[in-house]
Design a protein around this ligand. Sequence first.
Ligand SMILES: *[C@@H]1O[C@H](CO)[C@@H](O)[C@H](O)[C@H]1NC(C)=O
Ligand SMILES: *[C@@H]1O[C@H](CO)[C@@H](O)[C@H](O)[C@H]1NC(C)=O
Ligand SMILES: *[C@@H]1O[C@H](CO)[C@@H](O)[C@H](O)[C@H]1NC(C)=O
Ligand SMILES: *[C@@H]1O[C@H](CO)[C@@H](O)[C@H](O)[C@H]1NC(C)=O
Ligand SMILES: *[C@@H]1O[C@H](CO)[C@@H](O)[C@H](O)[C@H]1NC(C)=O
Ligand SMILES: *[C@@H]1O[C@H](CO)[C@@H](O)[C@H](O)[C@H]1NC(C)=O
Length: 292
Amino acid sequence: MFITARQLFLRIFLCFICITNTVTLAQPDFIFYFCANNDNYTINSTFERNLDTTFSTLPTTNSGLGFFNHSTPEGNDMVYSAAICRGDIEPDLCLSCLNDSMVKLRELCPNQKEAVGYYEMCWLKYSTQSVLGNIYHIDGYRVLVNTITSAQRDRFVEDLSSLMNKLKADAAAGDSLLKFAAGNTTGPDFVTIYGLVQCTPDLSKMQCIDCLENAYSYYATVFNQSGKIGGTVFQPMCRYSYGLSRFFNEEGIPSPPVSSSSPSLPPVSSSPSLPGTKCNSVCLSLSIYTML
Ligand SMILES: *[C@@H]1O[C@H](CO)[C@@H](O)[C@H](O)[C@H]1NC(C)=O
Ligand SMILES: *[C@@H]1O[C@H](CO)[C@@H](O)[C@H](O)[C@H]1NC(C)=O
Ligand SMILES: *[C@@H]1O[C@H](CO)[C@@H](O)[C@H](O)[C@H]1NC(C)=O
Ligand SMILES: *[C@@H]1O[C@H](CO)[C@@H](O)[C@H](O)[C@H]1NC(C)=O
Ligand SMILES: *[C@@H]1O[C@H](CO)[C@@H](O)[C@H](O)[C@H]1NC(C)=O
Ligand SMILES: *[C@@H]1O[C@H](CO)[C@@H](O)[C@H](O)[C@H]1NC(C)=O
């Protein structure tokens, strides 16, 4: 088969267009996403219209601290949606993460009535049933660990557990705007272990604890046995991450809510930051993941 110079040029040119298009228009891949395949909608259905409406309004519903929820009632095709940004993320990054996730989730789950997609900095879900205040409704979770193993597994797990128990309590004690905590502890051989946990703020204190304990049970069966020194459990209602580098933005962490019912904790953001440890976008993600 012969290709003329003109055809060749056209192909190269078209390919160039497709590459530049991809670069300018494409959203980054989710770390993980899940489309429920048991209930689908069709093109031009009421559900699709409601989903369009819901997503067009969702970005305007910021509770103030990176939580978004909107539902569209029309006919019998209710669409409930919610999105949340990691608690240390700047509002601008948060909004563009939400924008990306709405486009990406529509693309990846083109006709499913329920789906969830996770980026490092935000996650988005929608369903035909309420997505608030219920920790087990939506399927779709993922455990990711990095590839490095601690030589002192038992000590590491012990130090990590006490850090994560503290963060779990701090996050659950948050209010209806934010249930987030991040911090560090010293592990074996003087390594610093960093942890971050977050529940969607619609959960009650007990639901948040349950959700994080559920995440911990994945941790216990997976991380505990493997001794991996970094990982994340993504669930629709909460997230649990730890690692040996500071993957979160310390300056961005809001002070724990001041309320009489929660123990008063020193605000993390007021602690002096060490020279040279200011986080940039590179340390905002745990990059070496392995799918399990
Ligand atoms: C829904 O659509 C997906 C593909 O988009 C398909 O795999 C699945 O079987 C469908 N489910 C039903 C119940 O029709
Ligand atoms: C959806 O609606 C648009 C405009 O009303 C129409 O042009 C299109 O053919 C419809 N598509 C399907 C698959 O029904
Ligand atoms: C998000 O998308 C909306 C509409 O598509 C756009 O107006 C807005 O500027 C975008 N925001 C960011 C931060 O990308
Ligand atoms: C660990 O967290 C404390 C606040 O609890 C902070 O002051 C310190 O800088 C952090 N250490 C490192 C190495 O990030
Ligand atoms: C969800 O949205 C509704 C309606 O805008 C609002 O009243 C409610 O406070 C929101 N829930 C949360 C947990 O932000
Ligand atoms: C995880 O490790 C800790 C400490 O080594 C141990 O007490 C606990 O029983 C382990 N859990 C599981 C499920 O293996």
